[in-house]
Write a protein that binds this ligand. Structure first.
Ligand code: ADP
Ligand code: MG
Length: 343
């Protein structure tokens, strides 16, 4: 478990103070994959680097498995560092060393016996799918393979926590997918808690259980990936969600709606879980004196839960519309007026 309590970080460059983090409260439970998303400069790297003491907070505490890491002795710091692996955007590999030696490095540095190193590295090479690349040098391999070396190296000391700083940001979408699959395997097979930071919402959607949105050093929203994606509260979160959910009206349709000067209200109707299966829309239009005009719709999946999204124009008198809305909401379906679209 990782707990941030009131964590603040201010850098000093010359006489200037640069605030990077401002009162971060966040708990990453054991076994979770927790994602922190934010634009460049939001403070993501500063945050993740406080976990393995690459940065010390100016204020507040970071606890690992319940222990305040700023109060650790030098010896405890060494043990804690072995318990936390980290991977980076640009891999940070030793170019003059082979794949094997790169992965072995944390074990060499902690003076692990040679036969133990060999056993562990062989196992890890297999695990990350580089079994036949041990004697190659990093420059002979692709970006995805380099990140696999990074992951194997991070796991060498059998950590319980893995930190990922933009680990897929230098990779193409297909390679990103394969690295995310590998991270999920790391989480499941070795029961490793993963804290990852990214500026890509697709990464969060793909692997994370929970997400926090970081903006200007503060967490503006956090929750399960399902809750945050299906009902984002903050404008910045909405922007991130929109970048992957494709649940907005197409621009051409939007223009058409504005141009025809409609007076009828438009609602966004969100179906989740079981309610996806209900033929709600057809039932409502049969039962009420209304004409429902579906302008846009899609159904997708979030964390294995079906999630549907319809944008519907309600044509009818206001009292009838209100009655229909009550029935829709009684079915645990979210209906939200999109008044701004009609104007
Ligand atoms: N070593 C440093 N010295 C001074 N300012 C820094 C340092 N590291 C980061 N910053 C500043 O702190 C803020 C947050 O940076 P960072 O944590 O790297 O954000 P992110 O990873 O989200 O891009 C930025 O304004 C950045 O310029
Ligand atoms: Mg960063």
């Amino acid at each position: 478990m990782i707990q941030f309590e009131g964590v603040a970080k201010t850098y000093r460059s010359g006489k200037r103070e640069v605030p990077a983090l401002n009162g971060i409260d966040l708990t990453v439970e054991t076994g979770e994959i927790y994602g922190v998303i934010g634009f460049s400069g939001a403070g993501k790297s500063s945050l993740i680097r406080t976990v393995n003491l690459l940065e010390r907070p100016t204020k507040g505490t970071v606890k690992i498995h319940g222990k305040d890491i700023s109060a650790l002795s030098a010896k405890e710091i060494r043990t804690t560092r072995k318990d936390i692996g980290m991977i980076f955007q640009h891999f940070n590999l030793l170019t003059s060393k082979t794949v094997y030696t790169n992965i072995a490095m944390p074990l060499i540095l902690t003076k692990t016996p040679k036969n133990e190193i060999q056993q562990r590295v062989t196992e890890l090479l297999d695990f990350v799918g580089l079994g036949d690349q041990a004697d190659k040098y990093p420059e002979q391999l692709s970006g995805g393979q380099k990140q696999r070396i990074g992951i194997a190296r991070a796991l060498a000391t059998n950590p319980s926590i893995l930190l990922c700083d933009e680990a897929t940001s230098a990779l193409d979408p297909q390679t990103t997918q394969s690295i995310l699959d590998l991270l999920r395997k790391v989480n499941r097979k070795y029961k490793i808690t993963i804290l990852l930071i990214t500026h890509e919402m697709a990464v969060i959607r793909e692997v994370c259980d929970k997400v926090a949105v970081l903006e200007a050093g503060r967490i503006i929203e956090q929750g399960t990936v399902f809750d945050v994606f299906s009902n984002p509260q903050h404008a910045t979160t909405r922007r991130f969600v929109r970048s992957v959910m494709n649940d907005e009206l197409p621009e051409a349709l939007l223009k058409q709606i504005r141009n025809t000067n409609r007076s009828q209200p438009i609602y966004r109707i969100q179906f989740t879980g079981d309610s996806v299966a209900h033929p709600l829309i057809s039932r409502i239009s049969r039962r009420y004196d209304l004409e429902l005009n579906v302008l846009f719709g899609n159904i997708t999946e979030l964390q294995g839960i079906p999630y549907g999204n319809l944008i519907v124009e309600f044509n009818g008198n206001p009292a009838e519309i209100q009655r229909a809305l009550i029935e829709i909401r009684n079915n645990y379906v979210l209906a939200e007026e999109m008044s701004s679209y009609a104007s």
